[in-house]
Design a protein around this ligand. Structure first.
Ligand SMILES: [Zn+2]
Length: 268
C-alpha cells in the first residue's frame, strides 16, 4: 500500500512539470535586479460612459505580472489610474491615433499601460507593447492591453511587458527558425531555448493546439528540413491560449535582465 501511494504521489507531482519542461525552473540561477517599477494605468471610457475594468481588475492583473517577473526580482506597483473620457481612444483607429494618445498621456519615469477595448488594425495578441521601450524612454513608449484580455487571465500583461523589455513573440518570422536550433541566433525570436514556433498570425489557433487535451501541440506541418515542430505552447511570448501559457524561458529572463542593466537608470 505504501509503495502504491508513493507511486501515486510521484505521478501527481511529476505531471504538472512534464508540460513545462522547456520553461524556467529554479535549478539555474538568474540575475536578481531588485527593482520596483511604478505603473500608471490609463483607462478609456466607452461611448456609453463605462470604463469596463475596475481598479481591482487592474490590481489583479499586476499581481499576475509580478508573479512572472519575480524570478529576476522585478516587481510593479500601481501608483496612479488615469481615466480618459474621450471614448474615441477606447478603440484607437490607427497608429497615428495611438501615437497621439502617448503624446497626450504618457507619464515620465513610469511604465504606462493603456487599457482599451480593441484595435481594428491589430486585433491579435491582446494589445501591443513597444519593443525595447525600456531602452527608448524619449519615444514615450507604452503598453496597450485589451480590457477583455485583462479580465480573462491577464497573461497579456507579462506578454506585453516582455516586449517592452526586449522580447520578441516566439513565432516572429513564422516558420523561419529551424527545429534543430541551428539558426536560432539569427531567426525566429532570436532566443535559443525557446523552440521554433510555426504559428502564423491570424490563423485558427485550434489547428495548432488542442486545449481540451491539456494544451497538446497538434500542428502537423514541418520546417524547411522536414522536421516536425516541438513548439512550447506554454511560453508567455507565444500566441497560444491563456490557459496554456505558464512562463518565460531562462534565456528570456536573462535578456530582460540584461536590457534593464543597459537602460538609463534616471528614467526608471
Ligand atoms: Zn506579442
Amino acid at each position: 500500500m505504501k509503495i502504491y501511494f508513493g507511486i501515486l504521489f510521484a505521478l501527481l507531482f511529476a505531471l504538472p512539470f512534464a508540460s513545462a519542461q522547456k520553461l524556467y525552473t529554479r535549478q539555474a540561477s538568474l540575475p536578481c535586479i531588485d527593482k520596483v517599477f511604478q505603473i500608471t494605468a490609463h483607462v478609456t471610457r466607452d461611448s456609453l460612459g463605462d470604463f469596463g475594468v475596475t481598479e481591482q481588475d487592474i490590481r489583479n492583473g499586476i499581481d499576475t505580472l509580478n508573479k512572472y517577473f519575480s524570478p529576476i526580482c522585478i516587481s510593479f506597483n500601481l501608483c496612479e489610474i488615469n481615466f480618459i473620457d474621450n471614448f474615441q481612444y477606447n478603440s484607437p483607429a490607427n497608429e497615428n491615433e495611438w501615437a497621439e494618445m502617448k503624446v497626450k498621456y504618457v507619464r515620465e519615469n513610469r511604465i504606462n499601460m493603456f487599457f482599451v477595448s480593441d484595435l481594428s488594425w491589430m486585433p491579435y495578441d491582446c494589445g501591443l507593447g513597444d519593443f525595447e521601450g525600456l531602452l527608448t524612454p524619449a519615444e514615450r513608449p507604452a503598453i496597450m492591453v485589451f480590457k477583455g484580455c485583462l479580465l480573462s487571465g491577464a497573461k497579456a500583461l507579462p506578454h506585453h511587458v516582455g516586449h517592452f523589455f526586449g522580447l520578441n513573440d516566439t513565432n516572429l518570422e513564422e516558420g523561419a527558425e529551424l527545429v534543430d536550433g541551428t539558426n536560432c541566433t539569427t531567426n525566429g525570436d532570436l532566443i535559443c531555448d525557446t523552440p521554433a514556433d510555426p504559428y502564423v498570425v491570424g490563423e485558427n489557433i485550434s489547428n495548432y493546439v488542442d486545449v481540451q487535451m491539456g494544451c497538446r501541440f497538434i500542428y502537423g506541418g514541418t520546417d524547411a528540413n522536414g522536421e516536425s515542430y516541438l513548439t512550447d505552447v506554454g511560453n508567455i511570448m507565444s500566441y497560444y491560449p491563456e490557459e496554456c501559457k505558464c512562463g518565460f524561458s531562462y534565456e528570456q529572463y536573462q535578456l530582460m535582465a540584461e536590457n534593464y542593466r543597459k537602460a538609463d537608470p534616471k528614467h526608471w
